[in-house]
Design a protein around this ligand. Sequence first.
Ligand SMILES: *[C@@H]1O[C@H](CO)[C@@H](O)[C@H](O)[C@H]1NC(C)=O
Length: 237
Amino acid sequence: MARFFCFSLLILLVPLTSAFYINAKNSFILTSENFTQATTEHDYFVLFIEDPESHNKFLELWDEVGQVSQADDTSKHLKFGIVDCHKEEVLCQVNQIKNKIQLKFFGSHNNWKSVTSFLDSTIADVLREDELIQKFDQPGAKMFVLFKVIYCPYCKETMEEWVTVMDHFKNNPNIYVASIDCTRHRKHCDRFDALRYPRMRFIYNPPSSSQKVDKYEGDRSAADMIEFAQLSIKRYE
Ligand SMILES: *[C@@H]1O[C@H](CO)[C@@H](O)[C@H](O)[C@H]1NC(C)=O
């Protein structure tokens, strides 16, 4: 059942369309009025979502995942909730919601807590990846990108350093730092000539000339990558 749940949730990671979601059959809308009672009485997976209208597809799939709660006796006590952070600002603040879509588990089962935090960070990565893809063609955008695949051991090592790089630039409005999974986004990786992994590129879209791409050739250490990105930012000032 844990496996089914993970698998179903990974299917959520697909591009999303619009039109508002109404047809919840297996998941429950939670509001400030009934949130506390609901999450006290049952174990709840709650998806906090900032802009339900633009993530409709995501919500439909969430409702499908909610079918788990009808699957068998052990799953019956699990419920699937949705909080619309656009309407429920306070509720989302209290729960320290920082991402556009964030998953939390309310209940006492530690297994579910760890599965939830893994899925939540996967959702955050995917949202960031979608933003990155939009920036690839946005005039004026500067980005530092890690091209990776899940199964490569060097990518795993690099990801650990990359977290430091992302953290270093997180408040810098002049650069967007993100990674992209080349298994799912082959054509974008081909476009930037990332045929082996991991690969790092600094990409700049000048407003009125063609795209600049600086290839990173150094060590896979956070300090070196940060220095490289800083030089590129300067070069394109
Ligand atoms: C909470 O309230 C909303 C709005 O009234 C309602 O749509 C929803 O079904 C309620 N949820 C639960 C779990 O009762």
